[in-house]
Design a protein around this ligand. Structure first.
Ligand SMILES: Cc1cc2nc3c(=O)[nH]c(=O)nc-3n(C[C@H](O)[C@H](O)[C@H](O)COP(=O)(O)OP(=O)(O)OC[C@H]3O[C@@H](n4cnc5c(N)ncnc54)[C@H](O)[C@@H]3O)c2cc1C
Length: 320
C-alpha cells in the first residue's frame, strides 16, 4: 500500500494533498513537492497523524511559515505537517502585567499585533519576523538584542516519546541565541506558548512596533523572496576584536558585516544572490534553486574563513 492509500484509508475526511508543491508556501520560493501534505486545524488532528507516523515508521516533517528553511529541489518524502491551529487568549491581566497564550500556528506578526492592542510590551521587535510562532520558538527568533525566549514562561509541546502533551518551562527549553531544545529533541513538537509581557499604553507599544517596521524596511531586502539571514552571527574573538574594534564590546560580530567586508555583497549562484541591501540575506532573483543556495553558502563560508578565520554556521534549516 502506498502512502496515499495508507493515509486516505486511515483518515477518511482529512484533506490530504499529495505531491503538493511547497515552492509557493516557501518564503524563498524554493522547493519541490511534499509527498503528503496536511494542514492541521486542530491539535488533535496533529496528534493523531504524528502517532500514526510513529507507529507505521513514516517520515514526517513539521513546517511553519517556511521562512527559515531551504526546501530541497527534489521535495520532501513522507508527511509534511503544517500546524495551523492559532488560538490566542489572555490568561491574566493587571495594570502592570499581561499573561497571554498563543498556539503554534499563529502568525508571529499577528501575535505581536494582538499583544500591542492590549498594551503588552516585549514582543514588538518581532513584528517583521515572517512565519508562525512554532517556527519562531524553534530557532528562538531574535531581533537586535532581544530573543523571543526573553518573554516566554513555558512552551506546551506534544512529546512523541510518551504520546503526551507536556509543559516545558523556559529554563528547560535550553534557549540561547539561535538555540532551543526543540532543535535537539525531535520528539518535542511545539503546540503553544505562554508569554509574560509588561503593560504600557497600547499607543506606546504600537509606536515601538512602527519603529521596528521602519528599521527593517530601511535595512532589509523585503521586496524579494528570501529566507532572512542565512548565517548566525559568529561569537566575537580576540582576533576579530583587533580586526574590527568597532565591535569590540559586542558578544557577536554581525555575519552580514563580515560577508560585506569579504567583498561578497551581490555575488550570485544561478538566481540566488547575496543581497545588495543586507549581505546576511540571500535573495531569490526568480528561478533560484536549493542547489544554488548550497553552492552560495559554501562559497561565502570559504571566503570568510580564508579572509577572517571565521567559520560561519547556517541559521537556516535544510528540509529534504
Ligand atoms: C524577511 C525576513 C526577515 C526575518 N527576520 C528575522 C528576525 O528578525 N529574527 C529571526 O530570528 N528570524 C528572522 N527571519 C527568519 C524566520 O522568519 C524566523 O526564524 C521565523 O521565526 C521562522 O518561522 P517559520 O514559521 O517560517 O518556521 P519554518 O521556516 O517553517 O520552520 C523552521 C524550523 O522550525 C521547525 N518547526 C516549525 N514549527 C515547529 C513546531 N511547531 N514544532 C517543532 N518544530 C517546528 C521546522 O521543522 C523547521 O526546522 C526572517 C526571515 C525573513 C524571510
Amino acid at each position: 500500500m502506498n502512502l496515499e492509500q495508507l493515509f486516505t484509508q486511515h483518515f477518511p475526511g482529512y484533506n490530504f494533498l499529495f505531491n503538493y508543491s511547497l515552492q509557493n508556501k516557501s518564503y524563498f520560493k524554493i522547493g519541490g513537492p511534499a509527498e503528503v501534505f496536511f494542514a492541521a486545524k486542530k491539535a488533535q488532528e496533529a496528534i493523531d497523524l504524528l502517532v500514526f507516523c510513529k507507529e507505521k515508521d513514516i517520515r514526517f516533517t513539521i513546517i511553519g511559515g517556511a521562512s527559515n528553511v531551504v526546501i530541497a529541489d527534489e521535495g520532501i518524502s513522507g508527511l509534511v505537517l503544517s500546524l495551523d491551529f492559532a488560538d490566542f487568549s489572555v490568561i491574566s491581566e493587571t495594570d502592570q502585567d499581561l499573561l497571554i497564550r498563543a498556539e503554534a500556528g499563529i502568525k508571529t506578526a499577528n501575535l505581536v499585533g494582538k499583544a500591542a492592542a492590549l498594551g503588552g510590551s516585549g514582543l514588538e521587535g518581532f513584528i517583521g519576523v515572517p512565519g508562525v510562532l512554532g517556527g519562531a520558538i524553534y530557532n528562538n527568533a531574535h531581533y537586535l538584542k532581544a530573543l523571543i525566549s526573553d518573554v516566554i514562561v513555558e512552551v506546551e509541546a506534544f512529546d512523541l516519546e510518551s504520546n503526551n502533551i507536556i509543559n516545558i518551562s523556559r529554563e528547560k527549553c535550553e534557549f540561547a541565541y539561535e538555540q532551543s531544545i526543540f532543535q535537539k529533541n525531535k520528539n518535542f513538537i511545539i503546540f503553544s506558548a505562554t508569554f509574560a509581557l509588561k503593560k504600557i499604553s497600547p499607543d506606546q507599544v504600537k509606536q515601538l512596533v512602527r519603529d521596528s517596521i521602519a528599521k527593517r524596511e530601511k535595512t532589509q531586502p523585503l521586496d524579494l523572496p528570501s529566507c532572512g539571514c542565512v548565517f548566525q552571527n559568529p561569537a566575537n574573538t580576540d582576533g576579530l576584536r583587533q580586526l574590527f574594534p568597532q565591535f569590540a564590546q559586542l558578544e557577536f560580530v554581525p555575519a552580514g558585516f563580515l560577508i560585506e567586508a569579504a567583498g561578497l555583497k551581490g555575488i550570485k549562484e544561478g538566481d540566488i544572490q547575496v543581497s545588495e541591501k543586507h549581505a546576511a540575506f540571500f535573495v531569490n532573483l526568480g528561478h533560484g534553486t536549493a542547489k544554488d543556495v548550497v553552492k552560495l553558502v559554501e562559497k561565502v563560508k570559504a571566503v570568510v574563513l580564508e579572509k577572517f578565520g571565521v567559520i560561519l554556521k547556517e541559521e537556516i534549516f535544510y528540509l529534504k
